[in-house]
Design a protein around this ligand. Structure first.
Ligand SMILES: [Zn+2]
Length: 297
């Protein structure tokens, strides 16, 4: 194909030369005219999801980034956070450019490396995880995890991802010794134990989560998965059923129930389950017909 800007032969709609020129002027690539109206801004609002971009925010981001890349001291933390957000939400946009899939991540890494203090290190570790560099992320977090609950939780997640469940469990135990009723921590602890393959103990950890919040549908679902792995399909069925009662949109829980019921030829209960799914808004008409046919054959 030919570049839509200069007409050169190119494998992407915008050739390498034009892509690089745009990146120099607009390091965030997206720029004015590609975003919502000028009326609002949410750049400085810590609490928004920041998935909606406003024209003036984009303009400010691009200007700040340009200054940063020219060696000026600017708010690197803001830039790094946004570059990471762009990687997560707007990477598809890079398909039009000859810049590589990791363009925003590389940008984020560049900004994050200039941030002083632990917030910068934390962000850098997040970027490493996104780049698949678990060892680098682990190295960074191993030095700062004690300073902040959110650091510790992220360190635990990295360890679980890397298969180092034992170390993750140690860290969660240490955190739980200070706040033994932290539901979110118990959930992470349960996930780590489950990942280690110790399903009976993981089940008990999920029960602990449910002790603090019996409406936690995801904990009911995950407990069900542990019970299946421990060979207790009756209890698993009950746990999945409770999960769907607490959250009727939890599709995976219905699917697990259906798997158990169909494997055991329990067609009328499978049909009941599909009816509940239909009530919850899932399109299951074809599957219901199949189960009815299986019942009468
Ligand atoms: Zn071009």
């Amino acid at each position: 194909m030919k570049c839509i800007i200069c007409g050169r032969e190119s494998s992407k709609p915008i050739c390498e030369v034009c892509s690089k020129a745009i990146a120099m002027d607009f390091p965030f690539i997206l720029h004015r005219g590609m975003a919502l109206s000028d009326e609002s801004s949410n750049l400085d609002d810590e609490n928004t999801q920041r998935s909606i971009l406003f024209q003036r925010d984009l303009q400010r981001l691009n200007e700040l980034a340009k200054r940063a890349l020219n060696g000026e001291e600017v708010n690197f933390l803001l830039l790094a956070r946004y570059a990471l957000l762009f990687h997560e939400k707007f990477s598809f946009f890079l398909n039009n450019f000859e810049l590589g899939d990791n363009y925003y991540l590389t940008l984020a890494k560049n900004f994050a490396s200039k941030i002083e203090g632990d917030d910068g290190k934390f962000l850098l570790a997040k970027i490493h995880v996104n780049m698949g560099e678990l060892d680098e992320a682990e190295e960074i977090m191993s030095k700062i995890w004690k300073k902040d609950r959110k650091f510790a939780m992220f360190y635990g997640e990295i360890l679980v991802k890397g298969g180092k469940w034992g170390r993750a469990i140690e860290i969660y135990n240490e955190l739980l010794s200070n706040s033994p009723e932290d539901e979110e921590l118990w959930m992470m602890m349960a996930d780590a134990i489950c990942a280690s393959g110790n399903y009976e103990e993981a089940e008990r950890a999920y029960l602990r989560v449910l002790q603090y919040d019996q409406n936690n549908a995801l904990a009911w679902y995950k407990r069900g998965k542990c019970l299946i792995n421990a060979g207790k399909w009756g209890g698993a069925l009950q746990s999945f059923q409770t999960a769907t009662r607490k959250d009727p949109s939890l599709k995976d829980a219905y699917e697990e129930m259906l798997k158990i019921l169909m494997d055991r030829g329990m067609y009328s209960r499978a049909l009941e389950t599909l009816k509940k799914m239909k009530e919850a808004g899932f399109d299951v008409d074809e599957r219901m017909a199949e189960v009815e046919e299986a019942m009468h054959s």
